[in-house]
Write a new protein. Structure first.
Ligand SMILES: *Cc1c(COP(=O)(O)O)cnc(C)c1O
Length: 344
C-alpha cells in the first residue's frame, strides 16, 4: 500500500444518475441506456455503473471486448453490447461463453458470428456516418437474414448540429426498421435525445451527457457537471519581481508573487493548452495558472488565497462546455484524456 495520492478525480455519481434521469425525462416514450466505453468516458465504470443501474438503466454499450469483464462485475451479460463487434473467432467464443451481445457491423461479422454458432446479437446499420455498420443495400444478404437481432441501431453523424443530415439519417433508418426483424430500435446518442420524439425509437444510447457534457444548448439547463480534477499544493514559493516561471519562461512576475506548485500536469490529462489560461479554485477564490503546465506539476497564483499552503487541496476549473470553448478540445476529449494517476 502506498501513501494517499496528491491528486484525484472527484466523480459525482449522483449527478451521473441524475443526468440519466433527466434524459429519461426527455425520452419519456423510450428506454434510455448508457454508453460506458473508455471506462465510462474516463470517470470509471466502477464509480458510475452501479448508480446508473440503481437509477434504472438496463442497457450498456462498450466499444472493446476488453471492456466487458469490468462491466460484468455490475450488470448481467444480456444488458451489455460490444460496439466493435466480433473481429475474430476468439471474440465470438467470448461472446457466446459470457452472453454479452456483439454488435454486428458487416456481412463478414454476421458470417463469422453465425459460423461460431450465433445467438442473439445487435446490428449496426450505416445511414451516413460511414464508420461501422452494414449499408442498407446489403441488408438482403442471407447472413443478415439469419441473425437473431435484439437492438437494431444506427448512429447519427451530426446530432450536435442543426444539420439536414439528422433528418436524412432518421428517414433512411425507417425502411431499415421495417425490413429487418428486430426487438428494439435505437438511433439517438446524447445530442439525438433533444432532436424530438421521432428520434427516440425504442432506446436512446447517450454517453457524454451522462457525464456532464452539454453537446446541444437544449441540454444546458438539464445536465449537471460530474467531474472535478483536484490536487494538492506540494510547494509554496515567493517568486521575486522580474523572474519567470516554468518551461519556456513564458510568464514573468511583475511583482513579488506567492506561487503554489500543484501536483497535476499533462501526464494526468491536464494538457499544456491550459498554460496561462487555466485556473484552480480554493472555495470561491480563483487561482490562475502561471506559465506552462508541465508533466507532473502546474504553477498557480496564490496571491488571492493567503490561507492556502502546502498540503492544501485545490480544484481545477473544468466546466466542460466552457473548457471546450477555451481550449478548442471537444468535451469528449476533455473527459477521456484525464489520466490514470488522476483516476486512482
Ligand atoms: C459513443 C457512442 C454513443 C454515445 O454517444 P454520445 O455522443 O457520447 O452520447 C452512442 N452510440 C454509439 C454507436 C457510440 O459509438
Amino acid at each position: 500500500m502506498s501513501p494517499p495520492p496528491t491528486l484525484r478525480l472527484a466523480v459525482d455519481g449522483d449527478a451521473v444518475a441524475a443526468n440519466w434521469q433527466a434524459l429519461s425525462g426527455i425520452c419519456a416514450d423510450a428506454a434510455v441506456g448508457a454508453a460506458v466505453k473508455a471506462d465510462a468516458y474516463g470517470l470509471g465504470v466502477d464509480r458510475v455503473v452501479p448508480g446508473l443501474a440503481a437509477a434504472g438503466c438496463r442497457d450498456f454499450f462498450v466499444a472493446h471486448w476488453s471492456e466487458a469483464p469490468a462491466m460484468l462485475r455490475h450488470v448481467d451479460p444480456a444488458q451489455l453490447s460490444v460496439l466493435h463487434g466480433p473481429m475474430t473467432s476468439a471474440e465470438c467464443e467470448f461472446a457466446r461463453a459470457t452472453g454479452v451481445r456483439p454488435v454486428i457491423n458487416s456481412i463478414e461479422q454476421a458470417r463469422r458470428w453465425q459460423a461460431a454458432g450465433g445467438g442473439v446479437c445487435d446490428l449496426m446499420v450505416d445511414t451516413g456516418m460511414n464508420r461501422l455498420g452494414v449499408r442498407p443495400e446489403q441488408l438482403g444478404d442471407g447472413a443478415i437474414a439469419a441473425l437473431d437481432i435484439d437492438i437494431l441501431m444506427s448512429h447519427l453523424a451530426c446530432a450536435d448540429e442543426d444539420s439536414t443530415m439528422n433528418e436524412a439519417q432518421r428517414l433512411a433508418f425507417e425502411p431499415v426498421c421495417r425490413a429487418v426483424a428486430h426487438r428494439r430500435s435505437s438511433l439517438a446518442n446524447s445530442a439525438g435525445t433533444v432532436l424530438g420524439h421521432a428520434y427516440h425509437l425504442d432506446l436512446a444510447r447517450p454517453g457524454i451527457a451522462l457525464y456532464g457534457g452539454v453537446v446541444r444548448p437544449e441540454l444546458a439547463e438539464l445536465i449537471r457537471p460530474t467531474v472535478q480534477p483536484q490536487c494538492a499544493v506540494i510547494q509554496v514559493r515567493t517568486v521575486p519581481a522580474g523572474e519567470s516561471i516554468s518551461y519556456g519562461a513564458t510568464y514573468c512576475a511583475n511583482r513579488a508573487m506567492r506561487v503554489g506548485i500543484v501536483s497535476l500536469g499533462y501526464a494526468d490529462g491536464y494538457l499544456r493548452c491550459w498554460s496561462d489560461i487555466g485556473a484552480f479554485h480554493a472555495g470561491e477564490t480563483r487561482l490562475p495558472v502561471l506559465g506552462r503546465v508541465t508533466m507532473d506539476m502546474t504553477a498557480i497564483d496564490l496571491t488571492a488565497a493567503p490561507q492556502i499552503g502546502e498540503g492544501d487541496w485545490v480544484s481545477a476549473e473544468y466546466d466542460l462546455p466552457e473548457a471546450a470553448r477555451k481550449t478548442g478540445l471537444s468535451q469528449y476529449e476533455l473527459l477521456t484524456i484525464l489520466g490514470p494517476r488522476l483516476r486512482g
